[in-house]
Design a protein around this ligand. Structure first.
Ligand code: UDP
Ligand code: MG
Length: 325
């Protein structure tokens, strides 16, 4: 109710929310605020900054509370533990009150100055403005080529379009935010969810900076898991293809049986062929394992979805209620 009343009040005074997820970002906070705040002042719009502390184990939260003394419109949402960036984003959007919400990473890899351009497009009527990194000059060759491969694959097998170099840096109008929040799934591949929403979308391009400080939270293993989440959330192609692989292998077995039958009729039986037998056995049992593995991926997803656990839990929300901005 309170949220509704607050939202209604915003119809008159346009307000923007900036959302920043943070996990162990104590080394980037001061750099971040030094760059973001001047940009927000320049917009001449009312704003709030929402930081979700996603289970930091360093002093990120203490620093934020300290900053809140000088930044009036800073809202800190402290999660009970680390829930991952995708859940943190939901927590941020769910608690944002602005007419539009801009999500930006804490590490300044995406230039905050772009916010001005994003807001201009929003004012022109676009409901989603997505930042696209022009090139990944600071990424390693392996990271670049695996990312390319992933996007080629997923765009082939999914109906939802995935913009290759778009990250989570984007602006969403209130209608898009509410639509995003209405998507109720637990395993959230945000990039896909955003493009699934539709709406009028505009891309803005920028080059990606190296991390300002601190380290990336993405290991290769995590990236592989993440890609699998993306594929299994937005495509059932890997499930369906097994029917065809199965048909094809049985068909070839059938053809091989006929060939073998005729050969035996003409040349008699020979005991050769042990290696080929072993090879076939290995190949097809491998194939079956993969098939079962793919089923497992989807069943695992169903299992997680049916439990309907909350996406995140909040320990505390820090707001400056007395000093309204
Ligand atoms: N982050 C988070 N929870 C996590 C991992 C990351 O809130 O479990 C935040 C992190 O603090 C940063 C943003 O998500 O603001 C992007 O993380 P990172 O820079 O490590 O990812 P990359 O830029 O390498 O994709
Ligand atoms: Mg980063």
């Amino acid at each position: 109710m309170v949220r509704k009343a607050l939202l209604q009040e915003l119809v008159v005074n346009k307000k923007i929310s900036v959302f920043i997820p943070m996990k162990n970002e104590s080394s980037t906070i001061s750099l971040l605020f030094n760059r973001v705040l001047p940009v927000l002042e320049k917009t001449l719009l009312d704003y709030e900054i929402i930081v979700v502390n996603d289970g930091s184990t360093d002093n990120t939260l203490d620093l934020l509370i300290e900053y809140q003394k000088t930044i009036n419109n800073l809202v800190i949402i402290d999660l009970s533990r680390n829930f991952g960036k995708e859940a943190a984003l939901y927590a941020g959007f769910a608690n944002a009150l602005g007419n539009c919400v801009i999500a930006i990473d804490a590490d300044l890899q995406d230039p905050p100055e772009l916010i001005l351009q994003m807001i201009r497009y929003w004012q022109e009527g676009y409901e989603i403005v997505t930042a696209v990194r022009e090139e990944r000059i600071h990424d390693s060759f392996i990271k670049k080529s695996t990312a390319n491969l992933f996007y080629k694959l997923i765009n082939r097998i999914s109906d939802t379009r995935f913009e290759p170099n778009a990250g989570d840096y984007r602006l969403l109008d209130r209608v898009a935010v509410d639509a995003f929040l209405s998507l109720d799934e637990r395993v959230r591949f945000n990039k896909g969810l955003f493009s699934w929403l539709g709406f009028r979308e505009k891309f803005v391009y920028h080059s990606r900076e190296p991390r300002s400080a601190g380290t990336t939270k993405w290991s290769y293993w995590k990236l592989i898991r993440f890609s699998l989440d993306g594929i299994t959330s937005f495509s059932v192609f890997p499930l369906k293809i097994w029917t065809f692989i199965g048909l094809l292998t049985s068909l070839s077995a059938f053809v091989y049986a006929i060939y073998y039958f005729i050969r035996t009729m003409i040349f008699g039986i020979d005991v050769h062929g042990y290696p080929s037998l072993l090879l076939f056995m290995l190949f097809f049992s491998g194939l079956q394992m993969i098939g079962i593995g793919v089923l497992g991926e989807y069943i695992g997803r169903l299992f997680i979805e049916t439990k309907r656990r909350p996406l995140y839990l909040i320990r505390n929300i820090y707001r400056n209620i007395n000093k309204s901005s």
